[in-house]
Each structure stands twice: as structure tokens, then as C-alpha cells.
Write a protein that binds this ligand. Structure first.
Ligand SMILES: Nc1nc2c(ncn2[C@@H]2O[C@H](COP(=O)(O)OP(=O)(O)OP(=O)(O)O)[C@@H](O)[C@H]2O)c(=O)[nH]1
Ligand SMILES: [Mg+2]
Length: 515
């Protein structure tokens, strides 16, 4: 890939496998409560998992982590974009549909080109030299532009002496069109797919992200191969057989690519199995899971940082800062421990197979108890962004109850004076300044209790009896307030309906205080 590196430093995120290592970030402000045994003491009380058990899971999951690392680098290989090292000076060309059925009702060419520029700005050493909007009737057809407009465009590009590449802001161009445009303009031509993929490549840190990128790059390698073969054919006048093998060069290369694709899919499948093991572990520990989703740069990481107090999280004003799904522990108002999952942001016209290669990661979302949809309400395209997020979620086969219970959050309201959401049930917040977070946590807690069928209640127990240890085993004890005068304690618990039924049967005389 040469010298094109991202502006961002190393990502400071916590891979999903860190879930089982979570430690309570702070002790909740409660009276009494279970005793603290070392660092994980409080959590031990909440989740009912011993530390030894926890370490065991970590060991099991970390196994062969390192030995695979080299294999992943090999599968990822050099970038198929074949970019030279160093600087790229880019002309961003946006084919705008002025009318007809292909015209997007929600967006304007200026805003679309602004997003394309933001994508280029994400990359270190890449600068935008020129922005050109050029009309077209149908950007999906083979040559994108009409003859006259193409000539105007070619003249404009040729007049830019320092330009090294053209970023054509369409989802995908065929290898044939790409070649023709490159021949006509004498510079490299990228589409959205290649630019986004390049950003992903720069931001990928974990094995899973790298494998997903390797998978998404296969179609590029395939079209590169096609070009290479047609060039060879032109030079030599026909396909050549590799001596003795009976296979043409194209067939051999295609076979190698297929094998590579299979290896990547297998490696991803292995990671997926690991993930499902983690999921079972988490279920056992009864941490409710909240997936935080939204358009890229809307403030997901900032929000999770604010909700969990995790200092290591690094939000950045950059598209696709987060590429790995990561998990972070936080507390709801009643001291319930939950896990927030930070996810990759969405983008309009994100090429289909790119989404597909990341959908394994996003599969995690389907297993969460609640989705929080964060929106950058200050963005001029916020409505289109919402539509994009909802449509991607639909395509991911997220269970409908999760879509129905989704919490919509309007973020960055500090930038708008006296903001009032027009959508019913949306919550206005500023993740950066911490406004509206208490209300948000209350709302999340309400929905989590409904989703998990749990109740929060306080019971009075006799300290000499078995109730307290029963509750520690079967429910999540939040607070214990001892009444020394009569040897009882008031215990606040989060308990499932079925465990509550059992409790009432076992201890019919225990006093119960509903909230
Ligand atoms: N003014 C303001 N800026 C915010 C707020 N929340 C986030 N930001 C800024 O928005 C930018 C993006 O924030 P992130 O938290 O990295 O966004 P993200 O959704 O995680 O982005 P990706 O991971 O790239 O998809 C950063 O510069 C944040 O400081 C907010 O409430 N107010
Ligand atoms: Mg992020």
C-alpha cells in the first residue's frame, strides 16, 4: 500500500474478546452491597461469576490468538489498489442526477460531494485539489457521462497539472470503465468502494477487521486479474496454457483467488464460533447488552465513553474511526451492570459486499437486548442518514422486537439553541458535554427491564435465614441495607419473573416492597 497512512493514531478500542475481562469501572453509590473481593469483587456479586472462572474463559479464547496472526497478514496481503507511496492529490468528481427516477429525493449534489471530500480527508497524505459536479442522466450506466459532458470533464481534469487521482463518487465502476477513464485522464480512478476499503485498511487493527477487509478486496483482485489477462492477451494474441498443467493463466489465478476466499471465510467462521461462545458466557452472567449504532461520525464512541467513563475510548472527528465491535461496561440508575457495544458506523451507498463482509460482526447486534440509535442532529443530511441506518438494520435481519424497542437519540444538541426533537420518544443529548444522559439511562433501564422480563424490587430478609444467599445465587443483588436492631436487611435486587415466583413460594413470609 506504500506510504498512505491514516491520520489517526492506533485505535484504542477494546476487542470483543475483552468482554469477559470487564471490571466494574466504579463502585456504584449504594449502601452496603456485596463485599469487595479484589478488583472484580463487586462485579462478582452482580454477575455471579468467579474470577477463576473468568480467567479460564479468557485463556480458552486467547488460545491460538497469536499463532494465527501471521496467517491473517498473509491473507490480507498488499493492497489491490496498488497505490504508490506518499501523497495523493485528488479531484473529486460527483455525477449529479438532476432529474428523473434516479434522482435522490433527500440529498443534494453539494452535500454528497462534501461527504466524498470528508472521506478523502480521512486519509493522511491525501488532499482534495478540485471538486467537480457534472450532470448525468444515469450514473449506473456503463460510461456514466454523456459524450459532451465527458469532454468537458476531461478538459477540466487535464488542466489540473498536479492531480494524481480522480475519485468518482459512485458506488462502484466496472473494471472496463475504470480502465477507459484512466486511459482518458492519465491518472488513477477510484470509486466509493475502493476509497472506503482503503480507509478500512488503514483503520483495521484486529484480526477480524483485517479478515473482513481481505474478503471485501477479493472482487477488486478479481477485476485486476481480468485487466491483467486482457492486457496479456493483447500482447501475445491469445490465452496461454501454463506448461503441462492444462490450465490457462486466468484459470490458475482464479483458482488461487477462490482458495484464498475460502481460507478467509473459514478463518472468519472460526472467529464467529468464538464469538458465540462469548455470547453464551455473557448470557450466563446475565449482563444485558446494548448495541450503540448510527451513521459514521454521529458520536457513538463519544456516547459510550460518557456512559461508561472509560477513559481509553478515543472518539475522533473522522469517518470510520471505529472498525471493530468493542464492548464496554457501564451502570444504569438502579446500579444494574450492562454492556455497551460500540459498532462500525454506516454510510449511504456503502457498497453491498462491503456491508456483507462486515455483517458477521454486526450479527452481534441481533443478540443484544436493546439498540440505541445515535443521530448527529446537526448534520444537514440527518434525515437521509437515519433512513440509511434503518435500511441497513432491516437488511441485517435484526429481530423486529429490537427494531420496535429501539431508542432514538439526537446527539450534538449543544450546537443547536433550544433544540426540541420532532420525533416522538427521541431523546436530545450532548454526549460531549454530558447533557441528557441521566434521562437516557433511565429510558435504557426501562427498556432493558421490559426486554429481559426483569423487575427491580426490595425485599426484607431475615439475616439468619437462607434468603440472602438464595438471592445472591438466583438474582442480581444491588444493595443490602442492614437493620441491626431486628437482625434483618433490606435487599434491592434485579430479578427475573420466574426467580421471583420461586422466591415467593420458598419464602412466603418475606416482606416485598415494590418500587
Ligand atoms: N459538539 C458535539 N460534538 C460531538 C458530540 N458527540 C460527538 N461529537 C464529536 O463528533 C465526532 C465524532 O465522534 P465519535 O464518537 O468518534 O463518532 P462515531 O459515531 O463513533 O464515529 P465512527 O466510529 O467514525 O463511526 C468527534 O469529533 C466528537 O467530538 C456532541 O454531543 N457535541
Ligand atoms: Mg466510533
Amino acid at each position: 500500500l506504500g506510504g498512505a497512512r491514516c491520520r489517526a493514531g492506533p485505535l484504542c478500542t477494546r476487542p470483543l474478546s475483552a468482554v469477559v475481562r470487564l471490571r466494574a469501572p466504579q463502585r456504584p453509590p449504594g449502601r452496603g452491597g456485596p463485599p469487595r473481593a479484589g478488583g472484580g469483587g463487586w462485579r462478582k456479586g452482580v454477575a455471579g461469576a468467579s474470577e477463576e472462572e473468568e480467567e479460564e474463559v479468557v485463556d480458552e479464547l486467547d488460545e491460538d490468538e497469536d499463532e494465527d496472526e501471521e496467517g491473517v497478514e498473509e491473507l490480507l496481503g498488499p493492497s489491490p489498489l496498488a497505490l504508490g507511496p506518499g501523497v495523493q492529490r485528488v479531484a473529486v468528481v460527483h455525477p449529479a442526477v438532476k432529474w428523473g427516477p434516479k434522482k435522490s429525493p433527500l440529498t443534494s449534489a453539494e452535500l454528497q460531494i462534501a461527504e466524498a471530500v470528508a472521506l478523502v480527508d480521512t486519509l493522511q497524505n491525501w488532499t482534495v485539489l478540485e471538486k467537480i459536479i457534472i450532470p448525468t442522466k444515469n450514473p449506473d450506466k456503463k460510461f456514466i457521462f454523456g459524450k459532451g459532458n465527458f469532454q468537458i470533464l476531461t478538459e477540466k481534469i487535464k488542466k489540473l497539472p498536479h492531480v494524481t487521482a480522480v475519485f468518482l463518487n459512485v458506488e462502484r465502476i466496472s473494471s472496463l470503465t475504470k480502465k477507459e477513464l484512466e486511459d482518458a485522464w492519465g491518472v488513477k480512478v477510484f470509486d466509493r468502494y475502493t476509497v472506503v476499503l482503503h480507509i478500512f485498511r488503514c483503520n483495521a487493527r484486529t484480526k477480524e477487521a483485517k479478515l473482513q477487509i481481505a474478503l471485501a478486496e477479493i472482487p477488486l483482485l478479481r477485476s485486476n486479474l481480468k485487466n491483467e489477462v486482457s492486457q496479456l492477451d493483447q500482447q501475445r494474441g491469445g490465452s496461454r496454457y501454463i506448461m503441462g498443467s492444462g490450465e490457462t493463466f486466468m484459470e490458475t489465478q482464479n483458482r488461487i483467488l477462490k482458495e484464498k476466499e475460502l481460507k478467509i471465510r473459514n478463518a472468519l467462521e472460526k472467529l464467529r464460533r468464538k464469538r458465540s461462545l462469548l455470547r453464551t458466557q455473557r448470557r450466563k452472567r446475565e449482563f444485558p447488552i446494548i448495541s450503540v449504532m448510527g451513521y459514521t461520525n454521529c458520536g457513538k464512541t463519544t456516547l459510550i465513553k460518557a456512559l461508561t467513563g472509560e477513559a481509553g475510548l478515543q472518539p475522533r472527528d473522522q469517518l470510520f474511526a471505529t472498525l471493530d465491535i468493542t464492548a464496554h461496561a457501564g451502570y444504569l440508575p438502579s446500579h444494574m451492570a450492562v454492556i455497551y457495544i460500540d459498532t462500525i458506523g454506516f454510510l449511504t451507498d456503502l457498497p453491498h459486499n462491503l456491508v456483507e463482509s462486515f455483517s458477521a460482526t454486526l450479527e452481534e447486534v441481533a443478540y443484544s437486548d436493546l439498540i440505541v440509535h445515535v443521530r448527529d442532529i446537526t448534520h444537514p443530511e440527518t434525515i437521509l442518514q437515519k433512513a440509511t441506518v434503518l435500511s441497513v438494520l432491516k437488511n441485517l435481519n435484526i429481530p423486529s422486537h429490537l427494531l420496535d424497542s429501539m431508542v432514538e437519540v439526537h446527539n450534538k444538541v449543544d450546537l443547536i439553541e433550544r433544540y426540541k426533537p420532532t420525533e416522538e420518544n427521541a431523546l436530545a443529548i450532548s454526549a460531549l458535554h454530558g447533557h441528557g444522559l441521566e434521562e437516557l439511562k433511565e429510558e435504557i433501564e426501562k427498556k432493558i427491564l421490559t426486554a429481559t422480563g426483569k423487575k427491580i424490587l426490595t425485599v426484607s430478609v431475615n439475616l439468619e435465614g437462607p434468603q440472602l444467599s438464595w438471592l445472591y445465587k438466583e438474582a442480581a443483588v444491588q444493595e443490602v441495607e442492614v437493620m441491626p436492631e431486628d437482625g434483618t436487611a433490606k435487599v434491592k435486587v434485579i430479578i427475573s419473573s420466574s426467580a421471583f415466583g420461586k422466591y415467593k413460594n420458598l419464602f412466603p413470609n418475606s416482606k416485598i416492597f415494590m418500587p
